[in-house]
Design a protein around this ligand. Structure first.
Ligand code: ADP
Length: 447
């Protein structure tokens, strides 16, 4: 600890006035401002008063520390030990005037250490500056208790003025706050009116939307019903035409001329195409009307793949195309076997139809709790902007030429419906020239 700036002893009541005065002088000398000078001076005189009441002298030391945080310390000692813990209570109020206050109350007597930081504006406490302060304080001529009383009065008046100014400030702030509150309330009301209006609009919009979706559903149901009825009605006559054609060209019937045979074949060909269109339409209408109920069961994928390999092999006639149905990496899953086989057959038939060379491959793998089937081909591919359109009824990519058989444009919409019924999704990834990959994701165990 550095050498104190000043030591003083309090022996009698007038010394309390003196030490108060000196306290203010020291505070001023180390660079404290007016209010802080008064605070420290008041704290010292209070502690001095309490110590003097014991009937014994008190020693006061003023120490300035120039460490990282320049601080003024005041150490006050009194040889009387009160040792009842009451000293701390007596001085509790005084502690509020300084930054830190420690009260040591033991057998050797009482020590009170107080500190207050110096403002940043205070001049630096170099050793020379400290010596200057010591000299200045030594030369200080103390005033009489009356002088000190006058100074105290001045300080009291200043403090009162400040309290009054603070009270006025508070009143002004309160008025401003009230004004702001009124503004906020007005804004709030306006906002809640606007919100109510907007909500009303949204509710009306939703009602309209609901109505439209009901209309849409009704229209779609009517369409499905119409398709189902028409195709059902068409099936019987078309089947009859095919049968009659077969009868006419039968060897046991009357012989036909070559031209007649050719025309009968044309009729049979057209009728067969028509029948497959009618059948596709009927399937799709049934799926759309929600009349297909999946029959869930534990399905052996090895068996399904084996069957697909067998039934589609005859379609894969081109030697330039390697047709592979891989051994399934997932042995079994819960789904509807017939619907699953129908979807995969549909995708594989398409792939074979649109692939002139390269390969057509079916694989399956597990992805999380899903089973993912992929049909990959190196065929013509489909432009990105048509990836959704090919799932629309009757849509066929303009200029796309099937290498075998004529399509109806109903295969993919039907496949997507079925996958939906099985709780999964069907998507395509393709680009012209690079081939296509159709992916069917199905839950391995539908809930
Ligand atoms: P379809 O095959 O009976 O014409 P789909 O609904 O199955 O009807 O397919 C719609 C159209 O999508 C096809 O006409 C074809 O243009 C295109 N397409 C489908 N699969 C493929 C494929 N693997 N490669 C190229 N184009 C395809």
């Amino acid at each position: 600890m550095t050498e104190p700036l000043l030591r003083v002893r309090i022996r009698a009541e007038q010394d309390v006035f003196l030490v108060r005065q000196l306290g203010r002088e020291v505070a001023k000398a180390v660079g404290m401002e007016g209010q802080d000078q008064t605070r420290i001076a008041t704290a010292i005189s209070e502690v001095g008063r309490v110590m003097l009441a014991t009937g014994r002298d008190a020693d006061v030391a003023f120490i300035a520390s120039a460490n990282q945080i320049p601080t003024l310390w005041v150490e006050m000692k009194n040889p009387v030990s009160r040792d009842d813990g009451r000293l701390g209570l007596d001085l509790a109020q005084v502690g509020r005037l300084v930054d830190t206050m420690e009260v040591g109350d033991g057998i050797t007597g009482t020590v009170v250490r107080m500190s207050r930081r110096l403002p940043t504006s205070a001049p630096q406490l170099t050793p020379e500056r400290m010596n200057q302060i010591r000299d200045g304080l030594a030369a200080h001529v103390p005033g009489t208790p009356l002088d000190e009383l006058a100074v105290q009065n001045q300080q009291l008046i200043a403090a009162l003025d400040e309290v009054r100014a603070q009270r006025d400030d508070l009143a002004r702030l309160n008025a401003e706050l009230q004004e702001t509150n009124r503004g906020v309330m007005a804004l709030y009301h306006q906002l809640s009116d606007e919100l109510e209006e907007t909500n009303r609009g949204v509710v009306a919009l939703y009602a309209e939307l609901d109505e439209k979706s009901v209309q849409l559903r009704t229209a779609s149901e009517a369409k499905s019903r119409f398709l189902a009825n028409v195709s059902h009605e068409l099936r019987a006559p078309v089947t009859a035409i095919i049968g009659l054609g077969r009868l006419l060209s039968d060897e046991s019937s009357d012989p036909l001329s070559a031209e007649q045979s050719r025309q009968i074949e044309l009729i049979r060909g057209s009728a067969t195409t028509l029948l497959s269109l009618v059948n596709d339409l009927l399937d799709l209408a049934k799926a759309e009307a929600g009349r297909i109920e999946p029959a869930w069961s534990e399905v052996d994928l090895k068996a399904v793949f084996g069957q697909l390999r067998g039934t589609l092999r005859p379609l894969a006639t081109r030697p330039e195309v390697a047709f592979t149905v891989e051994e399934p990496a997932v042995p079994r899953m819960v789904t509807d076997e017939v619907l699953l086989a129908q979807v995969l057959r549909n995708l594989l038939t398409n792939a074979l139809k649109f692939t002139a060379e390269g390969h057509v491959t079916l694989t399956v793998r597990e992805v999380g709790s899903d089973v993912e089937f992929t049909v990959t081909d190196t065929g013509t591919g489909i432009p990105a902007e048509l990836h959704e359109r090919i799932f629309e009824e009757f849509y066929q990519v303009p200029g796309s030429q099937a290498l075998s058989g004529k399509g109806t444009g109903l295969g993919l919409p039907y496949a997507r419906r079925l996958v939906g019924i099985l709780g999964g999704a069907l998507r395509v990834d393709s680009s012209p020239g690079a081939g296509s990959t159709f992916t069917v994701s199905l839950p391995a165990r539908p809930s």
